[in-house]
Write a protein that binds this ligand. Structure first.
Ligand code: HEM
Length: 457
């Protein structure tokens, strides 16, 4: 059976959806979950003249993102040029993308991560001081401030003044909140509705780019051991440097991708731990045994499988980048269904990660499911918080290092006051944030007291 687009649709809410139906574009992770549970692993829907296919099976993931990846692009190109990250690594395609990955990767090499770990711990002390005995803390806002300082110091080789940090934070809020629809290439038909939002978002984008430009100019005068210097020193085969605009794109990209996601992983982990006394006690016991009251370092990371399991489980249930989207550049068959060029394929990591076929007790928070190590504990193509294949996150090693150290330092010093069980509200933007009112409180804890408690019957 073929529809007007020449596609034989799988199960799903098919047929053209127009007018009011625009509003039913499933933008909430729970809505995607319902689509896949109701219509199966390959569902389709239309918004205006755009065809969307929602996939939710490891075999289909493999087809779209690995074996047939050459038939797809991310599709941000037309919108990326005049938005925030331009043609940086996250949004570029083809040969430019491959070249940018090669340029950026040395700055994220394991040896560099060891150096960056010291900066993480140094900045993380502020979190402990700020949260200790505060009646209530907006942990995402606090964590974002810290992760922003870390990415600025480590990758970009600069200190951010508190006033600049506040401005950047505000600009990013606007971009994530108001600009989200426009930046998702696959939300094309919705773009027209967002002219006002786009204007405000563009101003915030300009602010970020101005900051990145001043950073680049400062580095031009005095090189350092950072990514900005690396970008400035890059030459192509003809000996020409990268265009300034592309360097700014790359700085903004690293800045945007490199801090909010990490703050989210930490925040969701703490929101879970505060509802789970057993998990918190197990984490306490591991930290006390490994650290014995001292601060964590890069070398401790391998000794803290439970802490890593807490982060892995937080990324499973609340993947910060919860949706991957691709657009077919040519007719391609996926799962035996012929898709026309131009079709948008969506993969909700939120849905994939909560599938009982791949994870026992899938809705439960169980850090111990990762005891054998993250790579070995999930079936192939079922756990993808960092994406996959040629577009896999370049910051993955950085992210594991930073999130685990932030968790280890804060949890070795603080205990979360319990939060009532129940649903964790969320605000799905490009990233998956907890609801704005999510707050927590902590009290100081002594390592010995925690060990005694965790070994009690
Ligand atoms: C917990 C933290 C993080 C999560 C969950 C995360 C998630 C992701 C995901 C899912 C993708 C793939 C997107 C796609 O294929 O459509 C991605 C790509 C990317 N991430 Fe991350 N990320 C994190 C941290 C970081 C950090 C710390 C950096 C920078 C230091 C970073 C930089 C990037 C870049 C530049 C890309 C684009 C790579 C490419 O297309 O070649 N991310 N990330």
């Amino acid at each position: 059976m073929h529809n007007r687009a020449g596609m034989n649709p799988p199960h799903g809410p098919r047929g053209p959806l127009r007018g009011g139906a625009l509003l039913s574009f499933p933008r909430h992770p729970e809505a995607f979950l319902r689509v896949s549970r109701k219509y199966g692993d390959l569902a389709s829907f239309r918004v205006g003249n755009q065809q969307f296919v929602v996939i939710n099976h490891p075999d289909l993931v493999r087809e779209v993102f690995v074996t047939k990846q050459d038939s797809f692009v991310k599709g941000w190109g037309p919108v990326a040029g005049n938005t925030v990250m331009g043609h940086g690594l996250l949004t570029s395609e083809g040969a430019l993308h491959r070249r940018q990955r090669r340029i950026v990767l040395p700055a994220l090499h394991r040896q560099r991560l060891e150096e960056y770990a010291n900066a993480v711990v140094r900045h993380a002390r502020q979190l402990v001081d700020g949260w200790r005995d505060a009646p209530s803390s907006n942990i995402l806002a606090d964590a974002r401030r810290i992760t922003m300082l870390v990415i600025a110091e480590t990758l970009l080789g600069t200190d951010i003044a508190p006033a600049d940090a506040a401005r950047v934070s505000h600009a990013l809020d606007i971009i994530f909140r108001r600009f989200a629809g426009r930046m998702h290439a696959f939300a094309g038909p919705l773009r027209r509705l967002r002219v006002r939002s786009a204007k405000i978002g563009a101003e915030a984008g300009r602010e970020l780019r101005a900051l990145a430009t001043s950073l680049m100019d400062a580095r031009r005068e005095q090189r350092g051991d950072d990514l900005v210097s690396l970008l400035l020193d890059t030459r192509d085969d003809a000996g020409d440097p990268l265009p300034d605009a592309l360097i700014v794109d790359e700085i903004v990209t690293m800045f945007v991708t490199g801090h909010e996601t990490i703050a989210l992983a930490l925040t969701w982990a703490w929101l879970r731990l505060a509802r789970d006394a057993r998990a918190q006690a197990q984490l306490d016991a591991e930290l006390d045994a490994v650290l014995g009251g001292r601060e964590p370092s890069f070398d401790d990371l391998r000794q803290m499988p439970y802490a890593q399991g807490v982060i892995a489980e937080s990324l499973r249930l609340h993947p910060p980048q919860w949706m991957l989207g691709r657009r077919a550049t040519e007719p391609v068959s996926v799962g035996g269904v012929d898709l026309p060029a131009g079709v948008n394929v969506l993969l909700s990591l939120y849905t994939l990660h909560r599938d009982a076929r791949w994870f026992d007790d899938a809705e439960a928070f169980r850090p111990e499911r990762w005891a054998a190590g993250v790579e070995k504990s999930a079936a192939p193509f079922t756990y993808l918080p960092f994406g996959l294949s040629i577009r896999r996150c370049v910051g993955e090693g950085f992210a594991w290092m930073e999130t685990t150290l932030l968790l280890a330092l804060t949890a070795s010093r603080l205990r979360a006051l319990p939060l009532p069980p129940g649903e964790l509200g969320m605000e799905p933007l490009i990233v998956l944030r907890p609801e704005a009112k999510a707050r927590m409180a902590f009290v100081a804890r002594a390592p010995e007291a925690a060990s005694a408690q965790s070994s009690a019957p």
